[in-house]
Design a protein. Sequence first.
Length: 237
Amino acid sequence: MTEVIDRPLTQGDSVAVIDDIREDAELTASLVSEAGFTPIVITPPPSSITLLLDQIGDSARAAICDHRLAGRGKVGYYGAEVVARSNARHLPAVLITTYADLEAHSIRLWRSGIPRLLRRGRESDPDTIFEALTQADRETGGQYEPNRKPYRAVVRVDTVRAVEGVEVADVVVSAWNPSEVVEIPSSLITQDVPEYKGRLSGIRFMANVNIFAQAPDELYFRDFELAPEIPDGWPES
């Protein structure tokens, strides 16, 4: 079993760099080194995510992982899952990708366990990597940034539709922004309330949501349950 080190992440600590493309892994490793950490490159990732998580825990104090790992890595999982499950093991991790917009659905599935999402280039300089990893370290210890702290909130499903083969729900979180619709995979809801599969439209749920997120792609949703009935005379959210 991996031993969890009970101290803050500091410069000099080892950081696993996971990518299926060696050139990208080495570039990220150089940035990690400039941020003051010792990079441990893992490329290509193993076919088993459990094996990868064990490898991270055995060799590093934290991790930064690419999202698309199935190209040269030929694996059946995404980096978002690696990062979320690593943080759940109290091994701080952040996600880095070029395809944040194109992979919005596969990232959203694991967004609650991803303290920081870094876009390659503009958001992957050494200072930002340092800030992101230390934020992830604090969050694994229960210290949430304001835009990451979850609150119980009403999530109203407006419509359900298919987008590139994925069933998505258009939802409104009035506590975040009552006038903006957010697109999430419907499986995020039905994994908690499977009895509503195929009949989500118009239903109000309660979920843990980081309602102080600054942008839609920062929002996460977890722990869905049916919302209480609205009392007569109350406006619907």
